[in-house]
Design a binder for this molecule. Structure first.
Ligand code: ADP
Length: 522
């Protein structure tokens, strides 16, 4: 097997850093990722933590740590003052926001600037411009990017909205202008559901973002989600680092990502990459970012939005390009010039990421909280686990339940899938339910293996929301049968007298599906 490409950089190796200490305004796996990046560069790191995260893994991974408030994130990780103060007290010169929390908050980025701290991300004006989906669409029009047909004004006014909807034609997607994380989004199939959908989307947007503006887009039937990673320095160089296919989604949220996309051609990559660079230039982009597109069955692509931060799925790009994105972010924030040229960016092999959540796929992905009694992560060739937890960690109720990202690399897609299956088998977690079994099911899916993906994949392939492999069910039931048999024998319990329990009795019992009633006690 060829090894994954070594991490390379557009900067001189021996560079000394003007940023000497970075406060990481985040928690979980991304805080750990950034702390590791800092250590690789000889930069000191400062963790912040809430009262619920006192002994969290990210706290142990940083050089210093400061408590910033009670468990709820609106009293800790989202409090600008607390984070700025922590940066000042610890003597940090820069703040890395990770993703989520304050990463796309223009006001916070501005505050950092005003306080003389470097915000590792784009300029506040760029964040504000691209964070507003209506303004971003306008910018995309100016940059001559293809867009999904839509209403390019706020349609909170119902009359206007209905007129716009009729023009676009159903099905329609109502979207929040300030949206993110799938919030304030509603699919509307016909005019009679329209009014209610607009109202509920607007009210959800108001409570999530303090902004009730919504607009409409034509709802594409079976698109793929393909996004381009960009990297722009402060001196006008802007590069694209290939794509990530993120079509496997639950409720419009990504769960599996890969690079390259199975449908990509060099010609399409050049067109999408150039489009991404064009909108980046138009918005004065600086730093690492992602331009998201939908791609239809004819391989036509349409601009979706720009994420002005490091993405959850950035490791798949790191695996195939060999470029350390956190390192690049820091160097760009220091004002260095990118010395890489577009032609230096070569994609090698194939990488896949599975997001591992503490959620119960058998119970509608209900978040699962508790203590990780056992936690054994996979390793070996081509495997990377970005984990926010270790054995003994608590999974609190307050935050996103993603505990880790399992990323694998292979010389081609088939090898990467095989390696992902191996890694998923090695992963051992007890104490909370996880999505590991769910990912095993996807890795066995014929359509997934054929690269036939769309954002409707999970709905179409698993309409009953049942994600279990036949072999897992059989194995699980066999294990239970043996355990029950042992229990019955040890206690000399007589079941169904006058017969003694035998394996064949149990087997018959399982066949009738009675073991389901034991599920709750596992
Ligand atoms: P958010 O910022 O809330 O995550 P996005 O605009 O990035 O919202 O879209 C998230 C997902 O929603 C996409 O990956 C896709 O699955 C779906 N989606 C968004 N717009 C459309 C559309 N016009 N047609 C079909 N699906 C869409």
């Amino acid at each position: 097997m060829a090894a994954p490409p070594g991490l390379k950089s557009g900067y001189a190796k021996e560079m000394t850093h003007t940023i000497r200490k970075i406060l990481i305004a985040n928690r979980g796996e991304i805080a750990v990722r950034v702390a590791r990046g800092c250590r690789d560069l000889g930069i000191r790191s400062v963790a912040v933590y809430s009262e619920a995260d006192r002994i969290a893994f990210h706290v142990r991974m940083a050089d210093d740590a400061i408590c910033i408030g009670p468990a709820p994130s609106n009293q800790s990780y989202l409090v600008h003052d607390a984070i700025i103060q922590a940066a000042k007290i610890s003597g940090a010169d820069a703040i890395h926001p990770g993703y989520g929390f304050l990463s796309e908050n223009a006001e916070f980025a501005r505050r950092c600037q005003d306080e003389g701290l470097i915000f590792i991300g784009p300029k506040p004006e760029t964040i504000a411009l691209l964070g507003d989906k209506l303004a971003a669409r306008e910018t995309a029009v100016k940059a001559k990017l293809p867009l999904v047909q839509g209403s390019d004004t706020d349609t909170s006014d119902l009359k206007q909205a209905i007129a716009a909807a009729r023009k676009i034609g159903f099905p329609i997607l109502v979207k929040a202008a300030a949206g993110g994380g799938g919030k304030g989004m509603r699919v509307v199939h016909s005019e009679d559901q329209f009014e209610e959908s607009i109202r509920s989307a607007a009210s959800e947007a108001k409570s999530a973002f303090g902004d009730s503006r919504v607009y409409l887009e034509k709802y594409l039937a079976r698109p793929r989600h393909v996004e381009i990673q960009i990297l722009c320095d402060q001196h006008g160089t802007c590069l694209y680092l290939g794509e990530r296919e993120c079509s496997i989604q639950r409720r419009h949220q990504k769960v599996v990502e890969e690079s390259p996309s199975p449908i990509m051609t060099p010609e399409l990559r050049t067109r999408m990459g150039s489009a991404a660079v064009e909108i980046a230039r138009r918005s004065g982009y600086v730093g690492a970012g992602t331009v998201e597109f939908l791609v239809d069955e004819q391989r036509d692509f349409f601009f979706l939005e720009v994420n002005t931060r490091l993405q959850v799925e950035h490791p798949v790009t790191e695996m195939v390009t060999g470029i350390d994105l956190v390192r690049e972010q820091i160097a760009i924030a220091e004002g260095r010039k990118l010395t890489l040229r577009q032609e230096d960016i070569q994609l090698r092999g194939h990488a896949i990421e599975c997001r591992i959540y503490a959620e119960d796929p058998d119970n509608n992905f209900m978040p699962s909280t508790g203590t990780l009694n056992a936690y054994v992560i996979p390793a070996g060739p081509g495997v990377r686990v970005d984990s926010g937890v270790v054995a003994g960690s608590e999974i609190p109720i307050y935050y996103d339940p993603m505990i880790a990202k399992l990323v694998v690399w292979g010389t081609n897609r088939a090898e990467a899938v095989t390696r992902m299956k191996r890694a998923l088998e090695e992963y051992r977690v007890s104490g909370v339910e996880t999505t590991i079994g769910f990912h095993r099911v996807i890795m066995d899916n014929e359509k997934f293996l054929a690269g036939e993906l769309s954002t409707r994949f999970l709905d179409e392939e698993y309409p009953d929301n049942v994600y279990r492999r036949v072999s897992d069910v059989v194995r699980e039931r066999a294990a239970l049968a043996v355990a029950i048999d042992k229990y019955v024998r040890e206690r000399k319990i007589s079941v169904s007298p006058p017969q003694q329990a035998t394996r064949s009795n149990w087997a018959a019992w399982h066949r009738h599906g009675n073991l389901r009633s034991f599920k709750g006690s596992r």
